[in-house]
Design a protein around this ligand. Structure first.
Ligand code: ADP
Length: 271
């Protein structure tokens, strides 16, 4: 008989920053995500895991209205930032994206200098004072300052991939968000750069709420406080529909999940 370890809580009991209620997401008439109910706690790292196509990225993008750019996207139910439904009429998606930043899978620095990459966002929202300090502070937060302080005016494109990804995170931090959404931020990085980034995220969660999509189960288990496991099933008309199987503190998901499907997935039985 397998004995299960005791629960080891890591999550800080905090208020929830983001919340979905009875959320259904559609692309055209195809349901992509079914009835998602979850709350993202403040100043923690929450990981989304699950097989490809189960809707992790779709859900992540709902949190800062990035799907609005997809023509046939629509949703039912609610996605709230504190008590504000982000999809209410009158809510400005640009303002949301400032509060809730996004970091993508592939580092995407702008074709300009290291300095300008960081200063660009603040300048575009009118934060023009003390830019030098803001750039320095943002680069320090991602542990990049020492590496680039003598070449701030050089192109960001000369940096390594790991450095570019840290630069992109610094760029997100420079507009002073509260939450950061990350869609597989390490999947284009080597193992050392990945570990460096994970250490930085552990520091950043003191000040920011982080939601992370990852295919890397080890990463979810060592880095996150909360883990949401999603799966896909087939609808009556044979379309793939994602749903939330289980959401709990990460040690529970990895050591003592409530659902046998979760256990099978984390043991690599499918997906
Ligand atoms: P995951 O991140 O878990 O791999 P995605 O969120 O990328 O899953 O995709 C969930 C489902 O939504 C998939 O069936 C995918 O084909 C579909 N999908 C994603 N983006 C679009 C889009 N722009 N248009 C239509 N269908 C989409």
């Amino acid at each position: 008989m397998i004995s299960m370890p005791d629960r080891i809580p890591t999550v800080k009991k905090t208020e929830s920053v983001l919340q979905t209620k009875n959320l259904n997401v559609y692309y055209g008439d195809a349901l992509a995500l079914r009835n998602i109910n979850l709350e993202i706690p403040k100043n923690n790292i929450t990981a989304f895991i699950g097989p490809s196509g189960c809707g992790k990225s779709t859900l992540l993008r709902c949190f800062n209205r990035l799907n609005d750019r997809i023509e046939n996207f629509r949703l039912k139910g609610s996605v709230s930032y504190y008590q504000q439904n982000l999809y209410d009429s009158g809510v400005d998606p640009v303002a949301i994206r400032r509060r809730i930043g996004m970091v993508f899978q592939k580092p995407n620095p702008l074709p300009m200098s290291i300095y300008e990459n960081i200063a660009f966002g603040p300048k575009s929202i009118g934060l023009k004072k003390n830019l030098d300090e803001l750039v320095e502070r943002s680069l320090i937060q991602v542990d990049l300052w020492k590496e680039v302080k003598n070449r701030l005016r050089k192109s960001a494109l000369i940096l390594s991939r790991g450095q570019q990804q840290r630069l992109c995170i610094a760029r997100t931090l420079a507009v002073q968000p509260e939450a950061i959404l990350m869609d597989e931020p390490c999947s284009a990085l080597d193992p050392i750069s990945t570990l460096t980034l994970e250490e930085i995220l552990q520091e950043l969660k003191q000040h920011y709420t982080i939601v992370l999509v990852t295919h890397n189960m080890q990463q979810a288990s060592r880095l996150s406080d909360m883990t949401a496991f999603f799966n896909v099933e087939f609808s009556e008309n044979h379309r793939r529909v994602g749903y939330l199987v289980e959401y709990d503190e990460t040690p529970m998901i990895f050591l003592n999940p409530a659902q046998s499907l979760t256990r099978q997935y984390i043991r690599g039985r499918f997906g």
